[in-house]
Write a protein that binds this ligand. Structure first.
Ligand SMILES: NCc1[nH]cc(CCC(=O)O)c1CC(=O)O
Length: 319
């Protein structure tokens, strides 16, 4: 029987290539298990975001830059699917495209990589910490106002290099990216979600495909993790309501919690924590609610924070 070759588009960064390879391996195993006749091929796509990595991305349009050209290639049929870090996925997909699968999430926490093996609490007064996210700097400043947060950019490997070459005492990276690269031995300690609430979708992937591609959609449905899909949906709805792009100090993390009483659906409820803070960490708003419907829950947590002034914080940051 003639096999269909499914073309998987990816950015060229090491992380993108690695996670695309890992997804293809998982899909191959599913094909084998379900006797599905597919082969896979990787197609690298250089996006505008990759070409201007050294420009302040927030000034030129943010994360959409990485995804737009990949979406275009999917719509034109050049590629059939694309693997994204959920964190980098746009909140609204282009017409004709869908999220075919949200695979099981890995560790959502941020990780501290320090030069001398010191934990966050052990770092000396005024230690210089490298991060490229207002969400991280806001929460770290709140926790340790003495720390000096400085901007560090580039891919994971270049950030790890800069820890040595640019005199940082520590840098913060998502644990997930380090695990996927096999570099978890660089992690000194994990920041508890109570100290540093992760970015929306951190640790999760999203696999995008054409809405009309029944074969790929069926294959991807076999790879979907319902729990991750539900919790990430709540986080992303929260972000959507707050109109958050990439460079805003917003965090959210949802988990499934067991229903307390025997009544009701008996199913799990979603617990969503949302956070908006000023970049200097002087004001950090946080709220947690539980609910059954992820979209409603995202709306409710966002509304709660807006009622406490989240909009004003975000308006100031966006200026
Ligand atoms: N913003 C860049 C980015 N996009 C996805 C990851 C890896 C973690 C993940 O998949 O959530 C990273 C690196 C980081 O934030 O340290």
């Amino acid at each position: 029987m003639k096999k269909r070759t499914i073309v998987v588009g990816t950015r060229q960064s090491q992380l993108a290539l690695t996670q695309t390879g890992q997804v293809i391996d998982a899909l191959k195993a599913i094909c084998e298990e379900h006797a599905l006749p597919y082969d896979f091929e990787i197609r690298k796509i250089v996006t505008k975001g990759d070409r201007i990595l050294d420009v302040t991305l927030s000034k030129v349009g943010g994360k959409g830059l990485f995804v737009k050209e990949i979406e275009q290639a999917m719509l034109s049929g050049e590629i059939d699917m694309a693997v994204h870090s959920m964190k980098d996925m746009p909140s609204v997909l282009q017409e004709g495209l869908v999220t075919g699968a949200v695979p099981r999430r890995v560790d959502p926490r941020d990780a501290l990589i320090s030069r001398n093996g010191l934990s966050l609490d052990e770092l000396p007064q005024g230690a210089k910490i490298g991060t490229s996210s207002l969400r991280r700097s806001s929460q770290l400043k709140k926790y340790r106002p003495d720390l000096k947060l400085e901007w560090i950019r580039g891919n994971i490997d270049s950030r790890l290099r800069k820890l040595e070459t640019e005199g940082f005492d520590a840098i913060i990276l998502a644990a997930a990216g380090l695990y996927r690269m096999g570099w978890e031995d660089r992690i000194t300690s994990f920041l508890p979600v109570e100290v540093c609430l992760p970015a929306v979708g951190q640790g999760a992937l999203g696999i995008e495909c054409r809405e009309s591609d029944e074969e790929v959609r069926h294959l991807l449905s076999l790879y979907n993790d319902r729990d991750t899909e539900l919790t990430v949906a709540a986080e992303r709805q929260f972000l959507r309501v707050l109109n958050g792009g990439c460079q805003v100090p917003i965090g959210a993390y949802a988990t499934l919690v067991q229903e307390e009483s025997g009544i009701g659906t008996g199913g799990a409820r979603i617990e969503l924590t949302g956070l908006v803070g000023t970049p200097d960490g002087r004001l950090v708003l946080k709220d947690v609610l539980t609910g059954e419907d992820p979209l409603k829950l995202g709306d409710e947590v966002a509304a709660k924070l807006i009622s406490r002034g989240a909009d004003e914080i975000l308006a100031e940051v966006r200026e």
